[in-house]
Design a protein around this ligand. Structure first.
Ligand code: F2R
Ligand code: MG
Length: 312
C-alpha cells in the first residue's frame, strides 16, 4: 500500500491551479515542438498536441467525456490538418468511423485484431489528468475510454492511464524543497496492477538511484513509439529533473527515438508541476497557437471549478 504522496482531498481551484493547467497544456506543446525540432526551436508541434487539444476541446464542449463527440472532434481536426505527422493507426480508425463503425469498436480492427499499443493514447491524455485530478477512479475510467477510441491493446490503454495519473500527481505535488520522486513512484505503483508497467516502474526507480545515464535509461526503459517504451521514459525524465522544466525537457529529447512524444509527455508532467511560469519564456512565446492553448486550459480550469470533485 503506497503512503499518501499528496492529499486526496478535493483541491480548491486556486489561481495557482489555473497557472498549472496552462503549464500542462503549453508544456505538452513545447515538449512536442522541442522534440520535433531539428536544430533551433521552431515552436511547430505535431499530432501529439493536435490530439491533446482535440481531447480538451471535446471535454470542454461536452462538460466531460463523450466518446462519440470525441471521435468526431478528432476526425474533424485530422481532416483539417492531416499533415501533423499522424502515425498509421488513428487515420485508419477515422476512415472506419466514416464508414459507420461505432467509436468504441473501430480501434479493435487494428493490428490483426489485437489493437494498438502505440503511445498515441498516452501522448494526448493530459487534459484527463487535469480534469479528474481529484478522482482517481473516474480518471482511470475516462483515460481508458478515450484510449479505446484508437488504442484497444491493454498496453496502449494502461500507458494512457498511468500518464494521466502522473499528470494529476504532478499537479498536486509539493514544491521541489519537499518533493520526493520515490514517493511519487510509489503512488503510481499503487495505481496499476499491470505486470509490464509495474516492472517498468521498478526500473524507473533504479534509474533514479543510479543517476539516469542516458544510454542506460534508453536500454532499460526504451525510447520508442510503443506506450510501454515511452511513458515510463517520460516519467523518468520528469522525476530525474523535477527541479527544472527546461532541464527535464532537454534531458528527455536528448534520449533520442520518439523525441516529440517523449518530449510532449515530459512537458505535460513538468508543466503541470511548475505551471506556465516554469516554462522558459523563449519557448513559451514562440510555441505555435499559444493563445489558443492558454484559452483551452482556462476553459478546462473553469469547467473543473464549476463541476467540483470528479469533473463530470
Ligand atoms: N509515428 C509518428 N510519426 C511518423 C508518421 C509518419 C507520417 N506518416 C508522416 O510521414 O508524417 N508519430 C506519431 O506516432 C506515435 C503515436 O502513434 P499512435 O498514434 O500510437 O499510432 P499507431 O499506428 O497506433 O502505433 C504506432 C506504432 O506502434 C507499433 N504498434 C502499435 N501496436 C502494435 C501492435 N499491436 N503490434 C505491433 N506493432 C504495434 C507500430 O509500429 C505502429 O506503427 C507518436 O510518436 C506520434 O508522434
Ligand atoms: Mg512521436
Amino acid at each position: 500500500m503506497a503512503k499518501a504522496f499528496v492529499g486526496s482531498n478535493p483541491t480548491p481551484c486556486t489561481t495557482k491551479m489555473r497557472e498549472k493547467f496552462k503549464g500542462c497544456l503549453l508544456g505538452t506543446a513545447v515538449g512536442d515542438a522541442l522534440g520535433s525540432s531539428r536544430g533551433e526551436f521552431s515552436g511547430r508541434w505535431t499530432d501529439d498536441t493536435h490530439m491533446m487539444m482535440g481531447l480538451a476541446q471535446s471535454l470542454v464542449e461536452r462538460g466531460g467525456f463523450d466518446g462519440e463527440h470525441l471521435a468526431w472532434t478528432f476526425l474533424r481536426n485530422y481532416e483539417r490538418e492531416p499533415w501533423r505527422g499522424y502515425a498509421h493507426g488513428p487515420p485508419t480508425v477515422f476512415s472506419l468511423l466514416r464508414d459507420g463503425v461505432p467509436w468504441n469498436e473501430a480501434s479493435r480492427h487494428l493490428f490483426g485484431g489485437r489493437g494498438s499499443y502505440g503511445n498515441g493514447a498516452a501522448m494526448r491524455v493530459a487534459p484527463v489528468g487535469l480534469l479528474y485530478h481529484d478522482d482517481p477512479v473516474r480518471l482511470r475510467e475516462v483515460a481508458e475510454a478515450q484510449s479505446l477510441l484508437t488504442h484497444a491493446h491493454e498496453l496502449g490503454r494502461e500507458g494512457a492511464v498511468l500518464q494521466a495519473r502522473a499528470v494529476s500527481l504532478a499537479l498536486l505535488a509539493p514544491p521541489p524543497s519537499s518533493f520526493d520522486p520515490f514517493d511519487f513512484l510509489e503512488e503510481l505503483e499503487g495505481f496499476t496492477s499491470h505486470p509490464v508497467y509495474l516492472e517498468k516502474l521498478g526500473r524507473v526507480r533504479r534509474m533514479l538511484e543510479e543517476g539516469g545515464r542516458r544510454e542506460r535509461v534508453v536500454r532499460e526503459l526504451g525510447n520508442g513509439v510503443e506506450a510501454h517504451r515511452s511513458v515510463p521514459t517520460a516519467l523518468c525524465s520528469f522525476l530525474l529533473h523535477f527541479g527544472s522544466f527546461k532541464e527535464a525537457l532537454l534531458y528527455a529529447v536528448g534520449l533520442g527515438g520518439d523525441t516529440d512524444t517523449i518530449g510532449a509527455m515530459t512537458g505535460a508532467l513538468s508543466g503541470a508541476y511548475h505551471g506556465e511560469g516554469g516554462i522558459p519564456e523563449e519557448w513559451r512565446e514562440r510555441v505555435e497557437r499559444r493563445e489558443e492553448l492558454e484559452a483551452l486550459a482556462d476553459d478546462l480550469w473553469r469547467l473543473k471549478a464549476q463541476k467540483g470533485r470528479g469533473g463530470g
